[in-house]
Design a protein around this ligand. Structure first.
Ligand SMILES: [Zn+2]
Length: 325
């Protein structure tokens, strides 16, 4: 018993390295883009069947991320990414999370990132409008410009706070590794019982499971095992892509052009929405069609699909063409 307590205290007192903290943070940030890539791939493969995955991508991820993080916080006291790196959340006094701390952790892990994505997208749209002087001179425009400045300022300050917090943790001036953990008055410690292979699989292969345990355990353990394996492959693909990014683009084979849509000829030199010559020509990369900037933005805000091909698209996908410069 005394040996167990000594082990418990020693494990919680050992501090995770800054590399483990940064690695779990980057894995956590990778989850949403990975889900977006998968949804975009399926949406482009079959727009009529999977277009809704792109349209409601942020909300679907909110739901999925919520379920995953609730499961990991309840069973391991860690977020999914923290658990993956053998870490868990504890209070300053090395105590396990209370119910209130679990709920606040969920707020920081699930809800705030969702609102951040929404705010970032809205600000990006304001930036595109502002860059083209498409905004009229009124109070609404002044508010949008103020929002752009405040957003940049917030990002700079938060980035600086994160950097300072890493330095304070490295120099033992603070036990909180990140700003969000500092606000929650929590810290990351090594997990007490890191389980590389869940007990369910060990018991299954040893034939020690009853039929009812097998039924309830199979779904839960298969889901978590698939998630953890996917996280491993995501990390692997990130490294793979980082290496591939160093290749010279000229050494890559030329990509064959996509087939031209049958309606393409109907809109040659004209915006497919207003059928006039382009005002601020803007291309929608998913289909390759060029529209007036106001026409396509207004359309995508009402219906997030290409007006010609019906392929899923978002306002942020548009690219301004500076053909007359
Ligand atoms: Zn137009």
């Amino acid at each position: 018993m005394a040996a167990n307590i000594a082990h418990f205290t020693a494990t919680l007192n050992a501090q995770p390295s800054i590399f483990e903290v940064i690695a779990q943070n980057s894995l956590n940030k990778l989850l949403h883009p990975a889900f977006q890539k998968l949804a975009t791939f399926l949406g482009e493969l079959n727009p009529s069947k999977f277009g809704w995955l792109v349209e409601f991508n942020d909300e679907l991820f909110l739901l999925l991320n919520g379920l995953v993080q609730v499961h990991y916080l309840r069973t391991t006291g860690a977020s999914f990414a923290e658990y993956f790196y053998g870490l868990q959340r504890v209070s300053i006094l090395n105590e396990k999370l209370t119910d209130a701390e679990q709920k606040l952790s969920l707020l920081f892990l699930v809800l705030l990132p969702y609102f951040k994505v929404k705010v970032d997208a809205r600000i990006q749209l304001y930036k595109i409008e502002n860059a083209d002087n498409y905004l009229p001179s009124n109070t609404s425009t002044a508010c949008k410009r103020a929002a752009i400045v405040l957003h940049s300022l917030f990002h700079c300050l938060y980035g600086f706070w994160t950097f300072v917090q890493y330095l304070r943790y490295l120099s033992n001036a603070s036990c909180h590794q990140t700003p969000s953990l500092q606000l929650l008055r929590l810290k990351l410690a090594y997990a007490l019982t890191p389980q590389l292979i869940p007990a369910f699989w060990t018991a299954l292969f040893r034939g020690e499971l009853s039929l009812s345990d097998f039924g309830t355990g199979l779904l839960r353990n298969t889901t978590t095992s698939v998630l953890e394996l996917s996280a491993f492959f995501m990390q692997f693909l990130q490294v793979w892509n980082a290496e591939r990014a160093n290749y010279s683009f000229t050494s890559l084979p030329i990509v064959p052009p996509p087939p031209v849509h049958t309606k393409a000829g109907d809109f040659k030199g004209r915006c497919p929405i207003c059928l006039q010559s382009y005002k601020i020509p803007t291309v929608l990369p998913v289909s390759g069609y060029v529209f007036c900037f106001p026409c396509i933005i207004r359309h995508l805000q009402k219906d997030p699909r290409c007006p010609v091909t019906q392929w899923p698209a978002k306002s942020l996908d548009v690219i301004r063409l500076y053909d007359s410069v």
